[in-house]
Design a protein around this ligand. Structure first.
Ligand code: OOB
Length: 548
């Protein structure tokens, strides 16, 4: 068994401690202390459910003890796939109390991703919501069981089908809970968007993550009067910690869970619960702006709208304050660590045109050209970073670690940015083959691999195309095997049959007779993707010209 770990070289750890970034706080202690300090204050609101800090803490501790009573042992991993429901917090804080390590899957993940994550994490249990948006998650997870010999339990929040345990039945005596974990131990694993293969596990420690949360709270002005609404999935790093639900709980504030981020659902909830801050990806922010343009909503409580996860264009950013009557905050972060924010009192131009500055004075940023040399100040280059809350390695993945980290521990973000004299970053694009569709990250290579599994596909190249609505969309070019004639519809059906997250199914599939080669053989995948993308862009420019 390989337990996830995350370690920094001793001199870095000593510095991060000496500067007060790492304070020895842990997640189980955090909730216990808040529940002791203000037991009756409301912590979580979801639908008709309102849990006080005391109730959340009591529920979590009983559930955590129940997990131990099932035979799970501290240090073991629990894969969690849940939507924006209060029981997510009972599950996660229950696991923390028991010393178990949650691994967060996204609601969109299907059999392929869950198999991979459960296998990689060597999960002993999967905790899943019965249904999310009408999809039978419990049924899907039960179907995985036979293929995962290390999996001891399937626990379902909601209606548990036969063969699974209902979360409500998992309960034990909190006196059996272990002592608080080492603050340097891994608290949970986030998952990477990544540009190659399936998602990688990102082990985050109590110390490092809680530092990023405290830092975020300060920058975002979160205090006990704040009301944070989770509009995006709670398991995503943005919603969890920037400052997110954990930031709100850290401050003794309130978390409101929004079942879906559409304006028709979110606006009334903001009004009803007096939401002060929430976060969106750009395509959803555009929907909110459109809705606000049609009928200016009264959202007097809303002070800050955060937008992040993908580039928010300045033209759209400028519309936020006038249409929604709140401040915009841009957030450029990554589950691996580094998070940048525009400040609430930054001048308008910086808020609308940049993606902000890092949380920590000890976030080290390098902006390098392709040869690894620093670019002149103000010019775009590859962003590398290391710091007190940025990981030094993925879990159990030597080849990804060799690609993604330099020898001296810098993480290669894959983002191309430039830095203004004020220190604000402007994201210019990606260096590698990741598609950022609607804020969801898709690895071109992973989709190509899936397509290559189809008997009629000789070769497949997937590229990102700029898209007004989604930010980017995925376009797959398919070279069929000689004598075959697969249709785009059939390839889509095939991908659905492979049971992957729906956002990975290409928006556009084009059948081509072959791909460009050079005299010496195949050109690099990267060049090939660039030339295919350029072809699509030239086409759409032509269409625009003709339309004029
Ligand atoms: C957030 O985290 P991930 O891990 O899903 O994705 C990270 C990647 C970044 O490397 C960058 O390529 C892109 O998402 N990204 C942005 C962006 N925010 C993230 N690109 C342009 N502008 C932005 N504002 O997406 C995430 C994690 C924590 C907070 C916010 C977002």
């Amino acid at each position: 068994m390989t337990e996830p770990r995350q370690t920094w070289p001793a001199e870095f750890a000593a510095r991060y401690r000496a500067k007060g970034y790492w304070r020895g706080e842990t997640f189980p202690r955090l909730l216990r202390e808040r529940a002791a300090a203000h037991p009756e204050r409301i912590a979580i609101i979801g639908g008709e459910t309102r849990w006080s800090y005391r109730e959340l803490n009591d529920r979590a501790r009983r559930f955590g003890a129940g997990l131990l009573a099932l035979g799970l042992r501290p240090g073991e991993r629990v894969l969690i796939q849940m939507g924006n429901v209060p029981s997510f917090f009972e599950a996660v804080f229950g696991a923390f109390a028991a010393g178990l390590v949650p691994v967060y899957a996204l609601p969109a993940h299907r059999r392929t991703e869950l198999m991979h994550l459960a296998g990689k994490a060597e999960a002993r249990a999967i905790l899943v919501q019965d249904r999310i948006e009408r999809f039978d998650h419990a049924g899907m997870v039960l179907g995985l069981r036979a293929a995962l010999p290390g999996l001891a339990h399937v626990i379902v929040a909601g209606d548990a089908p036969e063969g699974a345990l209902a979360m409500a039945q998992v309960s034990g005596d909190p006196a059996t809970l272990p002592a608080d974990p080492d603050p340097q131990a891994v608290a949970f694993c986030q998952i990477s968007g990544g540009s190659t293969g399936l998602p990688k596990l990102i082990p985050r420690t109590h110390d490092d993550y809680l530092y990023s949360i405290r830092g975020s709270n300060e920058i975002c002005g979160i205090d006990e009067t704040s009301v944070y609404m989770a509009a995006l999935p709670v398991a995503h790093n943005f919603t969890m910690s920037s400052p997110g639900c954990f930031g709100a709980l850290h401050a003794g504030a309130r978390v409101v869970l929004c079942p879906a981020a559409m304006p028709q659902i979110a606006f009334p909830l903001i009004r009803k619960e007096g939401v002060t801050i929430t976060g969106l990806v750009p395509p959803l922010a555009l929907l909110w702006l459109e809705a606000a343009e049609r009928a200016r909503p009264e959202l007097p409580s809303l002070k800050v709208l955060q937008v992040g996860g993908a580039k928010f264009l300045p033209e759209s950013a400028k519309r936020v304050a006038p249409l929604l009557g709140c401040r915009l905050q841009q957030v450029f972060g990554m589950a691996e660590g580094l998070v940048n924010y525009t400040a609430l009192d930054d001048p308008e131009a910086l808020v609308t045109e940049t993606q902000g500055r890092p949380i920590s004075p000890d976030d080290e940023l390098l902006i390098l050209d392709d040869a690894g040399q620093p670019v002149p100040e103000g010019r775009p280059g590859n962003l590398l970073t290391r710091g007190p809350y940025t990981i030094r390695a993925y879990h159990d993945d030597d080849s990804a670690n060799a690609r993604s980290f330099t020898e001296d521990g810098f993480y290669r973000t894959g983002d191309i940015v430039l830095r203004l004299p004020s220190g604000h970053l402007v994201v210019q694009g990606r260096a590698n083959d990741q598609i950022n569709r609607n804020g969801e990250k898709i690895s071109a290579e992973e989709v190509e691999d899936l397509l290559l599994g189809h008997g009629s596909v000789f070769d497949a190249v997937v590229v990102s195309i700029p898209d007004a609505r989604l930010g980017e969309r995925a376009c797959a070019f398919i070279q069929p095997r000689a004598g075959t004639d697969p249709s785009p519809a059939e390839l889509r059906r095939y991908m659905r049959g492979r049971e992957v997250a729906a956002f990975k199914i290409p928006d556009e599939i084009r059948i081509v007779s072959g791909f460009a080669t050079t005299a010496v053989g195949k050109i690099s995948r990267r060049q090939l993707r660039e030339s295919l993308r350029a072809g699509v862009l030239a086409e759409s420019n032509q269409t625009e010209e003709t339309a004029k």
